[in-house]
Design a protein around this ligand. Structure first.
Ligand SMILES: *[C@@H]1O[C@H](CO)[C@@H](O)[C@H](O)[C@H]1NC(C)=O
Ligand SMILES: *[C@@H]1O[C@H](CO)[C@@H](O)[C@H](O)[C@H]1NC(C)=O
Length: 353
């Protein structure tokens, strides 16, 4: 026996052990005679194609598989959940499991597990749902050569709001817009989220970035300066814009709060610095814009008195419109960005649970 053979042989043995069950020519875990791959079909079904959650929830994306015709023996399958990227062209791993062994990845590490109530269930549980968990998930079961998958879409309940920074209108390129939302405890809104907000009555005459890199604005009451009276109500789109060069406002998406938001006042009112300190003295923090919108939308938080928020703007939330509290529609009203030194207002504080 020469040396070359000695080197090659272990490799071939390794491949015999590892490659055969995967190439599906026969299946050692089944009845061992190779019947399974012929005529037995793997089926997979997600229980629902759409799922709504609030931030902080635990959600179960259900998924089951079965064989036709039915197979009695336990077969070892690989289960893989992945998250599709926005344009569905790429995906990233969420969790991969073989038998009882599993591994979760990236942002999902330690936050997801498989729910296997019975042998054929391979549901994904995501705990403490985050804003960025929003999107499409693929449940995939691999048995030998058979590889079937199904898609479940996770949507978050939330509120869309237009955002303009302190230096004014149309100052944000895509990346700065995305960051601005994140700084307000929110994320850049998707087209679907803006569309839903428009259906619920959002009307805004400034164009803003969306997650897909397009720039749009929602109009419910067509009028001259907002794309013309003759145009129908709807989302007006500027299409895809250059993410570095072009500058607009941004639409942000905020979801529910895990904490308490409240208003604080002082007989003399606060300048911005005093406002920040007043919240700190309470063991809280000055509220972010996304938190104010979430409290207004989900808790009907209503205060007809202006207060500082973290980005240096001054706002007040009206859930129950009434005279002297702004327009007849509910909304979070803004006074813009007054002088941080001489402006005197109350403050909105936020205390985490
Ligand atoms: C979510 O699940 C985790 C761990 O399984 C548990 O500790 C937590 O209380 C659950 N949260 C909710 C909101 O049910
Ligand atoms: C599967 O198991 C059931 C009982 O558990 C039995 O009645 C049936 O004949 C089995 N089917 C096959 C294809 O072995």
């Amino acid at each position: 026996m020469n040396l070359a053979l000695l080197v090659v042989l272990p490799l071939q043995l390794a491949c015999l052990a590892l490659c055969l069950p995967q190439n599906g020519a026969f299946y050692v875990n089944g009845n061992g005679n190779g019947e399974y791959q012929n005529g037995i079909k793997l089926h997979i079904e997600a229980q629902q194609d759409h799922l709504f959650a609030y931030r902080g929830d635990n959600v179960t994306l259900s998924c089951r598989y079965h064989y036709e015709p039915a197979v009695n023996t336990t077969r070892k399958v690989r289960v893989k959940w992945s998250k599709l990227h926005m344009d569905s062209s790429k995906e990233s791993n969420v969790i991969v499991a073989i038998g009882l062994r599993h591994r979760s990845f990236g942002e999902f590490k330690g936050r997801v597990y498989l729910q296997q109530g019975d042998e054929r269930e391979v549901s994904l549980v995501i705990t403490d749902v985050r804003l960025e968990d929003y999107g499409k998930y693929k449940c995939e079961v691999i048995d030998g050569l058979e590889d079937e998958s199904s898609i479940v879409e996770l949507e978050l309940r939330g509120v869309v709001f237009p955002y303009q920074p302190h230096h004014g209108r149309y100052q944000l390129n895509f990346h700065a817009g995305k960051r601005a939302c994140e700084q307000q405890d929110a994320m850049i809104a998707s087209f679907e989220q803006l569309f839903q907000a428009w259906e619920e009555g959002l009307d805004w005459c400034n164009a803003g970035w969306l997650m897909d890199g397009s720039v749009q604005y929602p109009i419910t009451a067509p009028r001259g300066p907002c794309g013309g009276e003759d145009n129908l109500a709807g989302l007006r789109s500027y299409g895809q814009r250059h993410k570095d060069l072009h500058r607009y406002d941004v639409f942000c998406f905020a979801s529910t709060l895990k904490g308490e938001l409240y208003f604080r006042r002082h007989p003399l009112k606060f300048n911005f610095e005093g406002a920040v300190k007043a919240c700190q003295d309470d063991g809280a923090k000055i509220a972010k814009v996304g938190q104010l919108y979430a409290a207004w939308k989900f808790l009907k938080f209503d205060r007809c008195e202006a207060g500082w928020v973290a980005d240096g703007s001054v706002r007040y939330p009206i859930a129950f419109p009434r005279p002297k509290c702004g327009p007849p529609e509910p909304g979070v009203r803004t006074f813009g960005f007054p002088s941080k030194e001489s402006g005197r207002f109350g403050v909105f504080c936020f205390k985490m649970d």
